[in-house]
Design a protein around this ligand. Structure first.
Ligand code: GCO
Length: 449
């Protein structure tokens, strides 16, 4: 029997995002987001699913916090819906929208659960998209104004803030591949979006500092693991390009104050317009880095594969297999990614802000889900995180994605990532086997097996 023990103040949590769980898309003055517009169009989301009702969290929030308390969560990561707070993205504040998050924060604190709030988890107000969206530089000020409004209301009680969640998804899925809203396929707009997301982050951090708030502010990004398919120069260069486009293009400006040279040269005329002083705003100190990790990809050079001329393929560790999303399960990739961040960025404080899996699961006749595969997935990734800590990574906490099954973007309600099962027709919540297991992990502050 080995025991893996975590430090005393280690934060164990679970994460969600506004559009994926709240529903109530047009209630109490909420404005339209780009995800509403997109999911309401035919054929954009599997099965025609939308976030209109989702998990109905907007109406069930108090019970959901009770559930979190029963699970023993020490922290809960959620996102704030920009169009719920500012229906037009800027201008008039929707007090009812702000009140909802105010009540959520108070309920969490009353349950002794630390709130961790993300300002931008992809649900941009449609009104701002109509004014050019992220490629329009003005949005960096609109975002800072939105941040100010939220900080003024919640900044006295929220301990952990993230400006953006996974900005590469906004930039590349939304503006390069066109598979997420706003559905644009233009590399130049995509890289301009990268820059404006980073600049908006920097301006929001400035607002936070100027307000003198006591919490921590950072940014959440996906730091996957990328390995070259062979030792050939071509494959290694392709892997470097993928790494720089996926990870370093965000991490380097934030933590080193510069964009990765090789990538900037490779993308040539698609490189963003950067004004003097932007990088200083972007790279001002932040308090932590939020790391999402799901999988490892093997990269080979392929002259026919898009801008990067690289082929990406999922890799599973021996005996680990693939999740329902086709994602290769490779816990060692988490250790590798954390170690890379430690070396590259001089050991920043890190929270693992998302980690989890979708598996094919069916409730038994009593509605119970025995998701032992999720237990194995989480256990091995928690172990991998601990390995990284032993090697000196300054890891402060770990959040399972997700607290409950929810709207998985263009996949709709098919894939289920939750610790808690949601019966969508009734919105009934039932903790899965993994939820009971995770409660024990939190209780023991580690793994026993
Ligand atoms: C993401 C998002 C989540 C996803 C999760 C599973 O980071 O991609 O934060 O919204 O649902 O990652 O795909």
């Amino acid at each position: 029997m080995t025991t893996i023990q975590f430090p005393e103040n280690f934060l164990w949590g679970a994460a969600t995002a506004a559009y994926q769980i709240e529903g109530a898309w047009n209630e109490d003055g909420r404005g339209e987001s780009i995800w509403d517009r997109f999911s309401h169009r035919p054929y954009m989301v599997s099965n025609g699913d939308t976030g209109d009702v989702a998990c109905d969290h907007y109406h069930r929030m108090p019970q959901d916090v009770v559930l979190m308390k029963q699970l023993g969560l020490k922290t809960y990561r959620f996102s704030i819906g920009w169009p719920r707070v500012l229906p037009q993205g800027r201008g008039t504040v929707n007090e009812k929208g702000l009140d909802f998050y105010d009540r959520l924060v108070d309920a969490l604190l009353a349950a002794n659960i630390l709130p961790n709030a993300t300002l931008n988890h992809w649900d941009l107000p449609q009104a701002l998209q109509d004014q050019g969206g992220w490629p329009n530089r003005d949005i960096t000020d609109w975002f800072a104004d939105y941040a100010r409004i939220v900080f003024e209301r919640l900044g006295d009680r929220v301990a952990l803030w993230a400006t953006h969640n996974e900005p590469h998804v906004i930039a590349y899925n939304g503006y390069a591949d066109g598979v997420f809203p706003p559905g644009i396929a233009d590399h130049s707009q995509a890289f301009q979006t990268v820059h404006h997301l980073l600049l908006a982050h920097g301006k929001a951090v400035q607002v936070y500092r100027a307000g003198g708030y006591k919490g921590q502010i950072g940014l959440v990004h996906y730091f996957g693991s990328y390995v070259p398919a062979s030792d050939s120069l071509e494959d290694r260069a392709a892997c470097q390009r993928v790494y720089e486009k996926s990870s370093a293009i965000f991490g380097d400006p934030l933590l080193l104050g510069k964009y990765p040279d090789m990538l900037m040269e490779w993308i040539g005329s698609h490189a963003p317009t950067i004004k003097a002083g932007d990088l200083a705003v972007i790279s001002q100190p932040m308090d932590y880095l939020g790391v999402n990790y799901y999988f490892t990809q093997r990269i080979s050079a392929d002259p026919h594969m898009g801008l990067l001329k690289a082929q990406l393929e999922h890799v599973a560790a021996p005996h680990m297999g693939y999740t329902e999303m086709g994602w290769g399960i490779n816990p060692a990739g988490l250790t590798a990614s954390l170690l890379d961040l430690k070396t590259r960025y001089n050991n920043p404080p890190i929270y693992i802000t998302e980690n989890g899996c979708a598996i094919d699961e069916t409730p038994d006749k009593d509605g119970f889900v025995n998701d032992w595969q999720r237990v194995v997935y989480l256990r091995e990734h928690i172990r991998a995180a601990h390995t990284a800590m032993q090697a000196g990574v300054d890891l402060r906490g770990y959040y399972v994605w997700s607290l409950m099954d929810n709207f998985e973007w263009t996949h709709g309600y098919g894939p289920r990532f939750g610790l808690v099962h949601v019966d969508y027709p009734t919105s009934e919540r039932t903790p899965k086997q993994s939820a009971h297991w995770y409660s024990k992990v939190i209780d023991q502050n580690g793994l026993c097996d």
